[in-house]
Design a protein around this ligand. Structure first.
Ligand code: ATP
Length: 435
């Protein structure tokens, strides 16, 4: 049974804090808008999410290379990319309550007080910093507004060190920074966030083919992660919303409780990036193919958000279920590969040293093969509820029978059914489940 979406965002925010997934950054100072920290379980879940993405890019696909570029680049990069001149949102201020909004996200009157707005003004989203040891000689630099620029900067180095032939791709996961006018909806719109990008380099005459191909592949990948497939769709960009570099673009959108929201964009960037970096740096990006044809490589980009993935997967997984007519349980039906803790091990009673010893031994034997947690807090019913709430797929309980026949119960998160398994068979049982 699903739940009504009303209040789902608030419930997720609360669960994230209570269970150690995500904390407001600088909370003891009153917080800072648009910045969040991942806690112990959130950190594990984010690692799992990123590993799945790398696996898709580097193992399921051929001819893709991974890099990890620095956050600060030469400031000219952002002139060449068009960010210093074109990376802005239009903002409006309410004349009555002075609240500030993105012009494209509000209507004609202020949603807070009903007041009228000032005319829209341009607001650049780049986050500035300065570099240099002598105060008077410090130079303005930027924290990257999008992670993908490193890929264009390293394109030639990858070509000459790894010797791929076009078409090939370069992938990266990295932080990006935007001075968003209205950070909102928890991890949906942050000022510091993480992006995953693939830049696929191809010849101009094959770009249409690859644009279609990557659109389908990425859409199928996101679908494989969620339980409710209908909450995903593709939305092509209208001509007037295309970014300055894009010939065509399509967004993979997710139906969040607050409406459809971009999860990943697939962009037909043409030769914009390498041509511009060529013009601004003087570097020649001309590629000569096997037939002797010369061209500036064209690019298809797939660019998604790690934090949005994290949040949207929580929306998708969150369920409140009535259990045998009793109190509802909250359960995160997370994909097993994404769940932060794979297996929890419980001693039925903390006062029985024999039971505790067996449970601790199981924990020690499995801990290098699975992300596993030993949990002896409060009673067994509460432990099950806690692990349902953090999405742990399996709970192993050592009880009195275990001392006699060396078997334990294994409880499945989704069905809540328990089976008995011999302790010596646990490892292969779980290997099979997490294959
Ligand atoms: P939006 O229209 O929602 O502002 P965008 O079109 O500016 O997004 P891109 O520049 O294409 O986004 O960035 C690629 C991905 O990075 C987005 O699909 C999204 O998942 C993620 N992303 C962008 N901005 C943010 C942000 N402020 N906070 C969290 N994730 C973001």
């Amino acid at each position: 049974m699903g739940i009504n979406d009303t209040g789902k965002l608030e419930k997720i925010v609360s669960l994230c804090k209570r269970r150690g997934f995500v904390f407001q950054n600088s909370e003891i100072y009153g917080g800072i808008r648009g910045f969040y920290d991942y806690g112990p379980l959130g950190n594990l879940m984010k690692i799992n999410i990123k590993n799945l993405w790398w696996r898709f890019m580097l193992q399921e696909n051929e001819d893709i290379f991974g890099i990890d570029g620095s956050i600060i680049t030469h400031p000219k990069v952002w002139d060449a990319s068009g960010h210093t001149s074109s990376f802005f949102d239009l903002l409006v201020d309410c004349k009555s309550c002075q609240k500030r909004f993105r012009a494209d996200k509000v209507g004609k009157t202020c949603p807070t007080c009903g007041g009228g707005f000032t005319p829209p003004r341009k607001f650049n989203l780049m986050v500035e910093t300065s570099l240099g040891v002598v105060e008077s000689e410090k130079r303005v630099s930027y924290l990257r507004g999008e992670a993908c620029q490193n890929i264009y900067l390293d394109y030639d180095n990858v070509l000459s060190s790894m010797h791929p032939k076009i078409p090939f791709g370069i992938a990266q996961i990295g932080k990006a920074f935007r001075n968003e006018i209205t950070p909102e909806k928890f991890l949906t719109r942050m000022r510091e966030f993480e992006q995953w990008d693939l830049q696929w380099f191809c010849s101009p005459d094959r770009i249409e083919f690859f644009f279609e191909k990557w659109k389908e592949k990425r859409f199928a990948w996101y679908k494989s992660l969620v339980n409710v497939k209908e909450h995903l769709h593709l939305r092509p960009h209208a001509k007037d919303e295309l970014a300055h570099y894009a010939h065509q673009a399509v967004d993979i959108e997710y139906q969040a409780p607050f409406g459809w929201y971009e999860w990943e964009g697939i962009h037909w960037r043409g030769d914009w990036d390498l041509r511009r970096h060529g013009e601004f740096s003087g570097h020649d990006f001309t590629y000569t193919d096997m037939t002797g044809k010369k061209f500036i490589p064209n690019i298809v980009e797939t660019s998604g958000g790690v934090d949005r993935t994290f949040l949207f997967l929580l929306f998708d997984a969150y369920q409140e279920e009535a259990v045998d007519g009793k109190e509802a349980r909250v359960v995160l039906k997370l994909n097993r590969k994404i769940a932060p803790i794979k297996i929890a091990v419980f001693p039925l009673s903390v006062n029985k040293p024999d039971i505790v010893d067996v449970a601790k031994k199981i924990f020690q034997d499995l801990k290098m093969d699975f992300q596993i947690m030993y949990d002896d807090n409060s009673n067994i019913g509460k432990r099950y509820r806690r692990h349902d709430e953090i999405g742990t797929p399996f709970c192993v309980t050592v009880d009195f029978q275990s001392l006699e026949d060396k078997s334990v119960t294994v409880r499945d998160r989704d069905t809540m059914k328990q089976i008995r398994i011999n302790i010596t068979e646990l490892k292969s049982y779980f290997e099979d489940k997490f294959k």
